[in-house]
Design a protein around this ligand. Structure first.
Ligand code: F6R
Length: 364
């Protein structure tokens, strides 16, 4: 049942404030001043290293979480694509936690990577949407993301629920390791409780995003740029656009622009810049200006302050609410998803069943 929406994808994008509120409640009960894990949980005080493995969108969730685990909990993190990890057979040092992220819990490569870590990693943890799945059953600690059934082939609400659970896990790690003060943890947790309201404000920007998407639908290639945790999100934005609109899209770390991809920029090339007004904003904007100096068309996604400062000469803007820096990767997923969705609708593609794709990749 699409509940009045034209596609399951639209319904699942719109559901995000509700399902994320549920995911938050599951690990951060109301009134609690700390993140709680089910069962025996996990003591990050005993952990020296985290290895995260996944495919596709779940892999981009891992790449985003790397920034959180490193910055908030000071844990060294490696992130791998499951199909590479399983055949590379990397050494797993002592005191390593292996973490597998999968919506379906049945992705063949991710499951094989998990089995490779059995008996090698100190603990096998998964972040899954389907609690009775193979990946959940075979891990020592399975953390549910509470997204509910996801039908659209292009993952949306599962991605942001994965991110929300991973952020809470990183905050749990910071609690255990004492890398943040109790006041800092409290500040993060109170921001997190406000996330559903921020997501609603992001969804309210749908009209502006639809207008931008109409212009984007005429492009042959699109570049996505971001810095910090916005960089993996740029990858997710590019993947969504490719999957459902069939427009070629690529993501680059903004700082990599001048190391090659700037050669592609001309008046036909839309460039989506995801840049909240944070510590890296000035750097991102200077990269954005390099694009505009070569007549690239910039779609800037930022907050009020960022847009006020940097909108001169940009092609289009999408306005996000101002948010705590740890939340922006979750929040900015919404315009990335809506941009892909409305571009695909403008092109008339089959949004919920894109060609050549399956919801669950249970074979290699
Ligand atoms: C993209 C998408 C895929 C999946 C990937 C992993 O929109 O849905 O890239 O993220 O196939 O699937 P799971 O999370 O089920 O392991």
């Amino acid at each position: 049942d699409k509940e009045g929406h034209k596609h399951f994808m639209a319904k699942e994008i719109a559901e995000q404030p509700t399902v994320i509120a549920e995911a938050i409640r599951a690990y951060l009960p109301s009134g609690s001043d700390e993140v709680r894990l089910p069962g025996e949980g996990l003591d990050f005080g005993q952990v020296d290293r985290l290895t995260m493995v996944a495919c596709g969108t779940a892999y981009f969730a891992c790449l985003t979480a790397k920034y959180w685990f490193e910055q908030l909990a000071r844990i060294p993190v490696e992130v791998d694509i499951a199909s590479e990890f399983r055949y590379r057979e990397p050494p797993i040092p002592d005191r390593t936690v292996a973490l597998f992220v999968s919506q379906s819990g049945e992705t063949a490569d991710t499951l094989a990577a998990l089995r490779y870590c059995e008996g090698k990693a100190d603990k096998i943890v998964s972040v899954v949407n389907v609690p009775e799945s193979s990946i959940a059953r075979e891990s020592q600690l399975a953390l549910e993301i509470h997204a509910g059934v996801e039908i659209g082939v292009a993952s949306t609400k599962a991605f942001t629920c994965q991110l929300s659970v991973l952020l809470m896990l990183a905050l749990k790690a910071a609690q255990d390791r004492g890398t943040l003060t109790p006041e800092q943890i409290a500040d993060h947790l109170s921001a997190l409780r406000g996330l559903p309201a921020l997501l609603n404000a992001a969804l309210d920007q749908e009209d502006a995003i639809r207008t931008a998407a109409q212009k984007l639908s005429e492009a042959r290639d699109v570049l996505f740029l971001g810095r910090g945790a916005m960089y993996p999100l740029a990858h997710e934005g590019a993947l969504k656009l490719k999957e459902i609109s069939y427009i070629h899209a690529e993501a680059y770390a903004s700082g990599e622009l001048k190391h090659g991809p700037i050669a592609l920029i001309d008046k036909h090339m839309p460039v989506v810049v995801m840049a909240p007004r944070d510590a890296l904003f000035d750097k991102s904007i200077s990269n954005m200006q390099e694009v505009m100096a070569r007549k690239g068309k910039v779609l800037l996604i930022s907050d009020d302050d960022g847009i006020a400062e940097a909108q001169d000469g940009v092609w289009s803007t999408v306005r996000m609410p101002h948010a705590h820096p740890s939340l922006t990767p979750i929040l900015y997923a919404v315009p990335a998803q809506l941009l892909a969705y409305h571009t695909a609708v403008a092109k008339g593609t089959d949004v919920d069943q894109p060609r050549n794709l399956a919801k669950s990749v249970t074979v290699e």
